[in-house]
Design a protein around this ligand. Sequence first.
Ligand code: HEC
Length: 104
Amino acid sequence: MKKLFVTFILILFTIPAVSLADGGSDYKAKCAACHGAKANLLPKTARLLKVDPKKLALKASQMNREEMIAITEKGKGKMPGFEKEMTKDQITSTVDYIMALRKK
Ligand code: HEC
């Protein structure tokens, strides 16, 4: 009975891990804390990080896709790089998600 319970818990943890392959959920899991759910201005986070809120507004960013991918990999200023914890595919699809938000 205990084994069954453990298996059940393990399955529960695997489901979100699989769905993490799409940019939207990676964005929410890894970027939204600082950049906001909709990549809008986040004055409070900006104050905590002591950065210009405009720098966090990815939606308003003028950067192209390649520059965004490079910053996501290497980080910039107070932003950590993600190349160790995300695959190139994950980073690319997260940036594509941001690009799509920008068009809205
Ligand atoms: C710990 C907070 C934090 C997290 C988490 C974070 N960022 Fe950032 N990000 C920043 C800060 C601060 C800047 C501004 C850096 C600067 O210009 O000094 C920034 C800047 C950027 C920029 C450059 C925008 C521009 O126009 O200058 C991109 C692109 C970016 N982040 C993408 C991402 C992505 C994608 C993720 C998730 C994988 C992410 N960030 C997670 C804090 C964060």
